[in-house]
Each structure stands twice: as C-alpha cells, then as structure tokens.
Design a protein around this ligand. Structure first.
Ligand code: SF4
Length: 166
C-alpha cells in the first residue's frame, strides 16, 4: 500500500551524494577500530559514515563514532589558546608560543622543586609526583607514545593517564 510522503521528504538527499570522494579512515575513539568513510567535497569534510567494507563494523558506527563529524566540523570548536589567569573571572586569547613557553616554564620549575632521585631507603626512583598528564580519547597512538616517552622516561612523571583504550 502506498504511504503518504511529503514533498520535503522526497526532496531530501544525503550529504554524501555530491561528495567528490570518500577516504577510508579509522574512528579515533576506541580500540574497536571501526573503519569510517570521510566524504570530501571541495577539500572540505561534508560527512563521516561507517565503512561497509570493514570486517570490524560492516558499515555501522556506535553513537560516539557516528558523531565524529560534529567533532571535526563544529562552529563551537575552540581554535585559539584560551587562558584564564589565577583569580580571574574571564578567558583571554593568548599566542600559542606564549602558552608553550608558560607550560615549559611551569613544568621545569615544578620538576626542579619536587624531583626525587632516591627514596629514604636509597632506592633509585628518578621521579616527580607533582606533575600529572591527562589525555583524551582522540589522541592517537603516536601522540600517546610521545607523551609516555617524554613525561615518563624523560621527566620522571609517574601519573600518566588517558581515557582512550588504544
Ligand atoms: S567509538 Fe564506537 S564507532 Fe568508534 S571505534 Fe569504538 S565502537 Fe567503533
């Protein structure tokens, strides 16, 4: 039996229809490793969908993976360094170089003040427990490798955490 369908519904079409190409990628969020298709038009991402060719997810994505497009293309995404000074009630834009220098200075000061080479029992530890790092799910495995190498092996930071399961 014919169903009533509005003209608006008939005229709707997916964002993927007019894309120039679809590039295979991997969802950034978790260790399941679902494959995605990144649809591109005029060198801009127009949609991200599950990849039907993947034996892992066969074209599907969980709600988190299905929202990847909003993560990449979002007018609310912060693209500048935002700084709120101690006791201030507002945020300020600062240059990236300023932020990098400030982070490096504070880490150096904190590490110098708290670094422990040996415990009271003489055990060699080479550590500081005054600095911690917290990563997010969208950090890839190369970034996490560098974080572990710099903060753990290089600076002696003990608390290294990441929400991702890669
Ligand atoms: S977050 Fe969801 S879509 Fe992404 S890899 Fe994990 S299960 Fe797959």
């Amino acid at each position: 039996m014919a169903q009533p369908v509005s003209r608006e519904s008939i005229e709707k079409e997916p964002r993927t229809r007019h894309a120039d190409k679809a590039v295979a990628s991997v969802c950034p969020y978790c260790a399941v490793g679902c494959s995605q298709l990144i649809y591109v038009k005029d060198k801009r991402i127009v949609d991200i969908e599950g990849n039907p060719a993947s034996p892992i997810n066969e074209g599907t994505l969980c709600p988190k993976g299905a929202a990847t497009y909003q993560y990449v293309v979002n007018p609310h995404r912060v693209t500048t360094v935002r700084y709120r000074a101690p006791h201030s009630d507002h945020w300020e834009d600062r240059p990236l170089e300023w932020a990098m220098d400030r982070i490096a200075t504070l880490i150096k000061e904190t590490r110098d003040a708290t670094f422990v080479e040996r415990t009271a029992e003489g055990k060699l530890v080479n550590q500081t427990t005054a600095i911690a790092t917290l990563g997010g799910a969208t950090m890839d495995i190369e970034e996490n490798y560098l974080i572990k190498k710099l903060f753990g092996g290089g600076l002696g930071v003990v608390s290294i955490e990441n929400q991702a399961r890669i």
